[in-house]
Design a protein around this ligand. Structure first.
Ligand SMILES: C[S@@+](CC[C@H](N)C(=O)[O-])C[C@H]1O[C@@H](n2cnc3c(N)ncnc32)[C@H](O)[C@@H]1O
Length: 206
């Protein structure tokens, strides 16, 4: 991780008010949100956990389909905005609270999702996070994020080396399979952005 958790939290607290407008400007971000929501596809009795939920883009989009959605983040400012959005949209089956990738502060999940957040962790930290996610017992984990399909290129969008630490798709695939998931879909949105779908029980690997 290129910054401490506290530094990342403070950075996102500072931009929480403008975050939605700035992100929605990029087609790749919107594509990633759509793909994560589409692949998550929770059932009406299922609990979804959204890690690095931010202002709740994914959590709120899944609330209608899921039984319950739990959003976790380290930035109180981002989650305050998410709570305001839930209130204004009349959504009452979503709860936001403090939690980290490696300590999600939840007991279990049917589906885990994460969008544009895990790239703040280094390679080994992502492995630990994926193990923690597997420990929640989900049938599916959908990860949308900055990830390298080719060579890292800081001149391309989405990757700022001073704050970001994206992994290669190969590293993420290895960490997911080592944690007992089978990779069932890989969506390349951009050479530095993608969505991975990892499932358990899909090919007998539980
Ligand atoms: C770019 S925002 C993405 C928010 C949201 N998922 C979306 O798609 O719009 C990244 C979020 O990840 C959170 N974050 C960064 N590191 C984290 C960690 N270790 N555990 C939990 N959340 C983290 C930040 O606070 C921030 O809200």
């Amino acid at each position: 991780m290129k910054r401490t958790l506290e530094e990342h939290a403070a950075r996102f607290d500072d931009v929480a008010g403008e975050y939605d407008d700035s992100q929605n400007d990029t087609g790749e971000y919107r594509a990633c949100v759509s793909l994560v929501v589409e692949h998550a596809d929770p059932g009406p009795d299922e609990t979804v956990v959204d890690l690095g939920t931010g202002t709740g883009a994914i959590a709120l989009a899944l609330a209608d389909e899921a039984g319950e959605v739990v959003g976790r983040d380290i930035s109180e400012g981002m989650m305050e905005r998410a709570r305001e959005k839930a209130d204004s949209q009349g959504i009452d089956n979503v709860a936001f609270g403090e939690g980290r990738f490696r300590e999600p502060n939840v007991d279990s999940a049917d589906v885990v999702v994460s969008n544009f957040a895990m790239h703040h962790l280094g390679d080994e930290e992502k492995r630990e996070a994926i193990e923690a996610i597997a420990g929640l017992g989900p049938r599916k984990f959908v990860l949308g994020d900055v990830m390298f399909f080719g060579e890292p290129d800081p001149d391309e969008p989405f990757y700022s080396p001073e704050v970001d630490d994206p992994s290669t798709v190969g590293h993420l695939a290895d960490a997911l399979t080592d944690a007992g998931f089978a990779l069932t879909a890989v969506e390349r949105v951009h050479d530095q952005v993608g969505v991975l779908v990892a499932e358990r029980g899909a090919s007998g690997n539980e």
